[in-house]
Ligand binder design. Structure first.
Ligand code: SF4
Ligand code: SF4
Length: 387
């Protein structure tokens, strides 16, 4: 085994060996990408089979083989919905193994061209869309306090900054209603770098994480609130656990923060919203960060609202194709995943599909250019309607 070349993968050796003697392969039923490609190579078990070949030196990374390793949204459903690791305890964390392979692919210069282009775009423009940095949050009002005046920062994220500002505008309205003053960095706000990390650019993601933490520390804020589930996961889990960058301030998802305000009677919802609503758990918020109840508890506070759970929910949620750089690398497949999830939402007969991540909603809305009879909103937009 060529250990020197596999510093990222070898820490997963026990999981990789365990998975390779499993004959159940229930994980395939949970994998949204396998569901559309139906290829054993592009399934949790297939990724782990490939990883064993790499570890044993039987195969080597090539750009065309590497292409397959990017056909994973890193959602984690294979771990939480179906994995029966044979006799070794915890389910196999396949997305961590996929991310480890991608880190080695990048370091060996084997990343496919469109993956390299995505990394370059993020590094050059500070966002995965390649939008001009000065246009970030152009919708912002100038009346927000500066960071010298308050010690709470609202971090809008790239999707709300450029593509779908409504959740950020609604979040600011809710915080203001509860008497919480926050500041925003506006077009100085950086990309969190989660996509860089997920596509294997570990060293650049770690540099960015360090710079981001320093930049936020300079502002003197003590709490940071995120609407974007990916940015939240980056600061809460990926920086400290994967990139070894400690985060010296409190980190909240907007749903956690709003739930706290409701419990403290600082925020109440009085207006009836007599609609049937279902909720999509974003993978980065739910499976990857463990936030399941706050959004549901908030929806439960809206008078008149009829809440219906989707069949695949909580840790059995299904990716809409946003995570792991998937929407940028495989846009057509990402659309297929989004359409499948929309069909699952429609099966509940809900009128509104809410989620809790502007990147998820931006992707779902961009996918459904034709009317589907289902309104897609961020949870904060619905909460504003109930004020
Ligand atoms: S993390 Fe998601 S997309 Fe990747 S293999 Fe597992 S279920 Fe499939
Ligand atoms: S991921 Fe889990 S269920 Fe799937 S083949 Fe490996 S051990 Fe078996």
């Amino acid at each position: 085994m060529d250990r020197l070349n596999h510093v990222y993968l070898e820490i997963h050796t026990a999981d990789i060996l365990s998975c390779n003697i499993c004959s159940f392969k229930y994980c395939r039923g949970a994998c949204p990408v396998y569901d559309i490609v139906r290829s054993e190579g592009i399934a949790p078990s297939g990724f782990n089979h490939y990883a064993l070949g790499i570890l044993k030196g039987m195969i080597h990374y090539t750009p065309s083989a590497a292409e397959q390793i990017y056909k994973c949204t890193t959602c984690g459903a294979c771990r939480t919905d179906g994995c029966v690791a044979p006799g070794f305890g915890d389910p196999i964390d396949t997305p961590r193994i996929v991310e480890a392979m991608r880190a080695e692919i990048v370091e060996q210069g084997m990343a496919p061209q469109h993956v390299r282009a995505l990394a370059q775009r993020i590094l050059e423009t500070g966002n995965p869309y390649g939008e001009p940095p000065e246009a970030r949050g152009a919708w912002l009002s100038t009346s927000l306090p500066s960071e010298k005046q308050v010690d709470i920062l609202y971090f809008m994220g790239c999707a709300a900054g450029y593509k779908y500002p409504a959740p950020a505008q609604a979040a600011l309205r809710l915080l203001e209603t509860a008497g919480v003053s926050v500041t925003i960095l506006g077009n100085r706000e950086p990309c969190c770098g989660l996509t860089l990390f997920s596509i294997g650019e570990r060293k650049k993601a770690a540099e960015l994480a360090r710079r981001n933490v320093e930049a936020l520390q300079v502002t003197g804020v003590h709490e940071v609130i995120f609407s974007d589930a990916g940015c939240y996961r980056a600061f809460k889990k990926v920086y400290p656990e994967e990139l070894k960058v400690s985060v010296p301030f409190k980190v909240y998802h907007i749903t956690e923060y709003l739930e706290r305000l409701v419990l403290e009677d600082r925020l109440t919802f009085k207006k009836k919203v007599e609609k049937k609503v279902t909720y999509h758990d974003p993978c980065n918020l739910s499976i990857q960060s463990g936030v399941y109840n706050a959004p549901r508890n908030l929806l439960g506070k809206i008078p008149g609202l009829k809440y219906i759970e989707m069949k695949k929910t909580r840790d059995k949620t299904r990716s809409v194709g946003v995570g792991g750089g998937f929407e940028f690398i495989f846009p057509e497949m990402a659309k297929e995943l989004a359409l499948k999830r929309i069909e699952e939402a429609k099966a509940t007969e809900a009128e509104i599909l809410v989620s809790a991540c502007p990147a998820v909603e931006a992707h779902l809305i961009a996918t459904t250019l034709r009317p589907t009879g289902l309104l897609i909103q961020d949870i904060t937009e619905l909460l504003v309607e109930a004020l």
